[in-house]
Design a protein around this ligand. Structure first.
Ligand code: GCU
Length: 377
């Protein structure tokens, strides 16, 4: 990966494919044309060329409550088992604040629900005790609850183990085999599908307000794709999602299409691999993914030292997506230049560049909660 670009001066010239233009070249000037024509075109394009097609096949979902406890301060914790087709189980950990019908943040975690909080009552798969609480720094549960929000999380590996050969053990075994292997779904689209099933379960409780998606890194890519596809998600947050997330692929800064497809061949569809070292041949770029979240609120966050995720490319994609919010009658990103570190900016679209590395910090979370206060309350 030594040939990767880490210097702005080396970024090649590029033209972004136009966002507000139909495939036949005519302009998109109003909400009806965006909703009725351009949005569906872009969803299809991103599915076919990057994330893979999510099957339409419905899978029966049965939700069982494994635990429901009242904790101090009126907080409630639930652990739900989501049984898919009677054959594949997911576990959802849900924290609800004292307030009724509070907005809930939903995000996948990397290492199991018990990695997000040290409480020993959080269920863990056998033999997996070692990671308990190990990612708690990224999940400031008590702070989120104190601000009047709920939090729900599930393990991405319950849906698709994050390995090259993870497909066989993934929830995809419940589905008929894909007809076209080139555009077949892989891990990211499967994780995104699972977020929608988690949303089904949250809605079924009758105890959750609007559900906001959050994801870090590979799970940030996933949160964006899930929010793009499923308009029931009320808000989306991309934390350091980088290549094939919020960053523009054409800049080739940090992680490139070839780099990601080589190291993680199981994340995206086979068609995406055809763009390795050929970013300019892509009929899309990541500003189109972000635009699919409009008119719902979107927040994109980068970190100064996270060059692999191309902070500037994340900002530029957000800026390039912003006109869609305007067409839909909202203020998009309120700035044209990337703000200085640690200076959040937000209209209906928000952005910040945090000082530091690839991570989710307490400071990031405070910004997300502020943004949710302004957009969901
Ligand atoms: C790797 C990968 C990134 C990804 C990150 C993560 O660095 O190259 O694309 O975002 O892992 O998920 O932490």
């Amino acid at each position: 990966m030594n040939d990767t670009i880490r210097d702005e001066a080396q970024v090649p010239d590029y033209d972004l494919p136009p966002l507000l233009q139909l495939a036949d070249g005519s302009p998109v000037r109003d909400a009806a044309t965006w909703r009725g024509q351009r949005r569906p075109q872009l969803l299809t394009l991103l599915a076919q060329q990057v994330y893979g097609q999510t099957p339409l096949q419905g899978i029966p979902l049965h939700v069982e409550t494994l635990e429901s406890v009242k904790l101090s301060g009126g907080v409630e914790r639930r652990q739900l088992r989501l049984l898919l087709d009677g054959a594949h189980a997911l576990q959802l950990l849900l924290w609800l604040p004292r307030q009724r019908l509070a907005p809930v943040f939903l995000g996948l975690n990397f290492n199991g629900n018990h990695s997000t909080h040290p409480d020993t009552a959080i269920l863990t798969p056998p033999g997996n005790e070692a990671v308990r609480g190990s990612n708690a720094g990224r999940w400031p549960v008590e702070g989120i609850l104190a601000r009047g929000y709920g939090l729900a999380t599930l393990h991405c590996g319950d849906l698709f183990p994050d390995r090259v050969d993870g497909r066989a053990d993934s929830v995809q075994r419940l589905f008929e085999a894909p007809v076209d292997e080139g555009s077949a779904w892989w891990a990211v689209a499967t994780w995104a599908w699972g977020l929608s099933r988690a949303l089904d379960a949250l809605l079924e409780t009758g105890d959750c307000g609007p559900v906001a998606l959050i994801g870090h890194s590979r799970l940030g890519k996933t949160a964006l794709w899930a929010a793009a596809r499923d308009e029931r998600f009320a808000l989306a947050i991309s934390n350091n999602s980088g290549c094939a997330g919020a960053a523009l692929s054409r800049r080739r800064f940090g992680e490139t299409v070839a780099a990601i497809n080589t190291r993680f061949p199981h994340w995206f569809c086979r068609n995406f691999h055809a763009y390795n070292d050929r970013e300019d041949a892509l009929p899309l770029d990541q500003h189109m993914l972000l635009a699919l979240i409009a008119p719902r609120p979107l927040y994109v966050a980068s970190a100064t030292e996270d060059l692999w995720a191309d902070p500037r490319g994340e900002f530029l994609a957000t800026l390039a997506a912003s006109p869609v919010w305007q067409v839909l009658g909202h203020e998009g990103l309120p700035v044209r230049e990337q703000p200085a570190p640690d200076t959040p900016v937000a209209g209906r679209v928000g952005y910040h560049l945090r000082s530091g590395g690839h991570d989710v910090s307490a400071w990031d979370w405070e910004r997300y909660l502020d943004f949710a206060d302004s957009q969901l309350r």
